[in-house]
Design a protein around this ligand. Structure first.
Ligand code: FES
Ligand SMILES: [Fe+2]
Length: 350
């Protein structure tokens, strides 16, 4: 197994776009200290958060125009990481620069590429288009979770846990009992689960607003290394949703992208969007807070699980049927890491 737990050549969500302003924002991403800010024209910048001179984090300095002034001895760095001013001397040492990281803004996030800048292709930003698509309405938050980001992915790839962790909102026995189908490509893995003719759990009964049994779906789409878009919804039973006609139902997407901070902490960015009753801000806020409460239940589980894993180094985990999605996700992540390290990957026969 690879030692590194995440690939570096990937786009990671650093922050929500609205949270990046004309001020210095420090973030650790993939164990790298970075400082983010916006230039006067709005463009986002990411620099290494360590001054070339004596390594003081630049985030402890200040933004002046488009440049960062170090808070220790006043060296100034431009958005390309080049030093443009040194106190008490005319000539600037040509090696005085800090690393910059490629950034792009898309789907309401600022994305950063911690790996080889030459490989940073903006077309490879994970697909979270629902976040700013006018057909969809919603909002989200970020949780800093004290666990390996892959534990969050395991959690999302197997929604059986809803039955036990989220029994008061979205969980019911049907989730744990319904069969599911895993499929994959070389960058994606999908788990499709249909629960037909069931009683809707409270969350979905409220969204649908109609009595009676429902057909419920959960289609989990993983895009390596750390983005998961879950297509969820219910429709009155027998109205054709499994065959493709969702017109009688309600549909949402749980959008997740989990950015490794360190090997044991992560920034879990999520949003819940819907395509029904869109012009209802109160519903947007209520849904965001409702999902936020649900995810706090996950946070408790994940942090306890990380502590237990650390207490049991070398513990071997056995995979059950329900772990198929997580196994695929981890296999795709491991392949990305192995490709970066240019070494063959040892995989169980598929
Ligand atoms: S450490 Fe930044 S100017 Fe000296
Ligand atoms: Fe959960």
């Amino acid at each position: 197994m690879p030692n590194r737990t995440f690939p570096l050549n990937a786009w990671y969500a650093a922050t929500w776009d609205a949270e990046l302003r004309r001020e210095l924002l420090p973030r650790v991403i993939c164990n790298k200290k970075m400082v983010f800010y916006r230039r006067a024209d709005g463009r986002a910048v990411a620099l290494e958060d360590a001054c070339w001179h004596r390594l003081l984090p630049l985030s402890m300095g200040r933004l002046e125009g488009d440049e960062v002034v170090c808070g220790y001895h006043g060296l100034v760095f431009d958005p390309h990481g080049r030093c443009t001013h040194m106190p008490s001397q005319e000539t600037i040492n040509p090696s005085a620069c800090v690393r910059t990281f490629p950034v792009v803004e898309k789907h309401r996030f600022v994305w950063v590429w911690p790996g080889d800048p030459a490989l940073a292709d903006p077309t490879k930003v994970p697909d979270l288009h629902w976040n700013d698509d006018p057909e969809w309405e919603g909002d989200g938050k970020t949780i800093r979770v004290k666990c390996d980001y892959r534990l969050v992915i395991d959690n999302l790839m197997d929604l059986t846990h809803e039955t036990f962790v989220h029994s008061s909102s979205i969980g019911n026995r049907a989730v744990a009992e319904a069969p599911f189908e895993p499929t994959h490509t070389d960058r994606t893995a999908t788990i499709t689960r249909w629960m037909r003719d069931i009683d809707p759990p409270p969350f979905w009964a409220g969204q649908l607003g109609k009595p009676g049994k429902v057909d419920r779906w959960q289609i989990i789409n993983f895009e390596a290394p750390c983005t998961i878009a879950i297509d969820v919804g219910v429709a009155p039973a027998g109205t054709g949703a499994p065959e493709g006609d969702r017109s009688q139902g309600v549909n949402g997407f749980v959008l997740n992208t989990i950015t490794p901070e360190t090997d044991r902490t992560c920034h879990y960015h999520w949003a819940f969007v819907r395509n029904h009753k869109r012009n209802d801000q109160r519903r947007t806020t209520e849904l965001r807070e409702g999902v936020s409460r649900i995810f706090r239940e996950d946070e408790t589980i994940l942090e306890a699980q990380q502590i237990a894993i650390d207490e049991n180094p070398g513990h071997v985990f056995y995979n059950l049927n329900i772990d198929a999605g997580a196994m695929w996700a981890r296999r795709l992540i491991d392949r990305m890491i192995a490709a970066e390290e240019r070494r063959p990957i040892l995989e169980a026969a598929e």
